[in-house]
Design a protein around this ligand. Sequence first.
Ligand code: HEM
Length: 190
Amino acid sequence: MVDLREIAKKALEQMPPEARFSPEDAQVIARHKDLLLSWSEEFVQAFYDTLFAHPPTRAVFREGERPEREETLRGWWRRTVEGPLDETYFAWMAKVGLAHFHRKVENPMMLAMTDFANEFVSTRAASMGFVELTAAFNRLMGSVGVVIVYSYDFFQKLALHNVVGMEPALLGRLSLEEARSLLEKLKEQG
Ligand code: HEM
């Protein structure tokens, strides 16, 4: 069976430590927990107003689904702010990658919204002089985005392996050869 913790770990390990979310960042976020929690409703509404105002992101949702999605996001915000931001949290983010893949939430949509969350916090935190919160939340959103993207990619490949029934290492090698040939063709085109 697929190990979500392992997927999250592999994703985070690829990030240079300076850019990756750290235990010190978790402490900074914990110190500002009440402030962040007080922004919950405003964040959830702004997040979904943004997604519903843009046709490609709006098209992801089923008729009448918004209240359910808002509740999920409220839960995500609470857990993100209250912690613990541990292996279990990042394994959950790996599950989000699969959930998004299955609902055709493309990674550019998701990354735009980790950026949105980041900006939401940083503008407010900066205006209050909480510079360390801005930096900590920035690294957290970067790491959340990395895990979701990595897992999305992982599950997309796994689904392909399962569908075509080809050995993963062989499919990986063939894909690399194909990428090389595509790159050469593009270079020839100038
Ligand atoms: C900051 C970026 C995002 C985060 C952190 C996030 C987080 C989540 C979480 C925690 C879940 C629940 C997964 C579970 O435990 O079952 C979820 C599900 C979902 N998200 Fe996102 N999300 C993000 C961006 C987006 C965007 C941009 C869209 C659409 C354009 C989207 C659409 C959905 C949908 C449709 C589901 C339901 C999946 C299902 O049917 O199982 N999300 N997301």
